[in-house]
Design a protein around this ligand. Structure first.
Ligand code: ATP
Ligand code: MG
Length: 255
């Protein structure tokens, strides 16, 4: 859950430089229709990445995507409350299913497919800890963005999730869902490169890391995404880089 933080000073320590962002580049035609931001682990940065990625994709493509809050904690919906996000936000909760349910989350899948049919892209902020309903996510998604803690603490839960994604591809007889691992909250004072390399064994794409950036928390406080709250900041550039990776099809498994 994103926490509230004190109002920062005017610059927040962000340098007022301007560099190339995804918005400046020609968008690729590869935009996946349904992008889920998900991991079993709580607090990995799902909501932060979902909200900012949705906005960055919108800015980069000019397409009016929709951000879906699927988590009853309502972090994305709260972020959007001030009406300052450039994307439309809707709530479609995915609840944990009971083990005996035959098709967990099926109604939710129908809702998401409906949104995808009437919007250029859908970015979904998922709750932590899904177990029986996770199949709904792997079934409906074109791309799953998996934020992980670079310390490696999420490694075992991520490993289980990636095995499910790979199984889902077999069942769907498809290269979908694609996935990308996104190391988040990288603190450059600690050397954890060897921990990150753990994730390479999955054979799935790993995005450049997103740093530990206070701009994300402040952007939440102000109801904005980082591209509006701190344009040109490191946080903005990192999110734009992730958006560009998605647009370039660099997360595809090659089918
Ligand atoms: N790159 C980052 N730099 C600094 N703080 C971050 C970063 N990413 C996330 N945070 C902070 O970490 C906390 C958890 O983030 P967030 O709510 O996005 O995680 P989550 O995975 O959605 O959590 P939950 O599992 O509860 O839904 C928040 O306080 C958020 O501001
Ligand atoms: Mg969340």
């Amino acid at each position: 859950m994103v926490g509230r933080s004190a109002r920062p000073d005017q610059t927040n320590g962000h340098e007022p430089f301007r560099t190339e962002t995804a918005t400046d580049r020609v968008p690729a035609a590869m935009l996946p229709s349904i992008i889920s931001v998900c991991n079993f682990k709580g607090g990995a940065g799902k909501s932060t990445i979902a909200v900012n990625l949705a906005c960055a994709l919108h800015r980069a493509t000019g397409k009016a995507g929709v951000l879906v809050d699927a988590d009853r904690q309502a972090t994305a919906a709260t972020w959007a409350k001030a009406g300052l996000l450039p994307v439309k936000t809707v709530t479609r909760l995915l609840h944990e299913a009971k083990p005996e349910e035959r098709y967990p989350g099926m109604l939710w899948v129908t809702h998401i497919k409906g949104l995808a049919a009437s919007n250029p892209f859908v970015v979904i902020d998922l709750p932590p800890g899904l177990q029986y309903s996770i199949a709904a996510v792997t079934t409906v998604s074109d791309l799953i963005v998996i934020p992980v803690n670079p310390s490696g603490i999420d490694f075992h839960s991520t490993s289980g999730f990636i095995a499910l994604i790979q199984k889902s591809r077999e069942l769907r007889r498809s290269d979908r869902p694609a996935c990308v691992i996104v190391p988040n909250r990288l603190d450059r004072r600690t050397t954890i490169a060897h921990k990150l390399s753990l994730y390479e064994q999955f054979g799935e794409p790993i995005a450049p890391a997103i740093g530990m950036r206070t701009a994300f928390a402040y952007a939440f406080d102000h109801g904005q995404w980082v591209g509006d709250y701190a344009p040109g900041s490191a946080a903005h550039r990192e999110i734009d880089r992730l958006a560009q990776l998605v647009l370039d099809g660099a997360c595809d498994t090659g089918g």
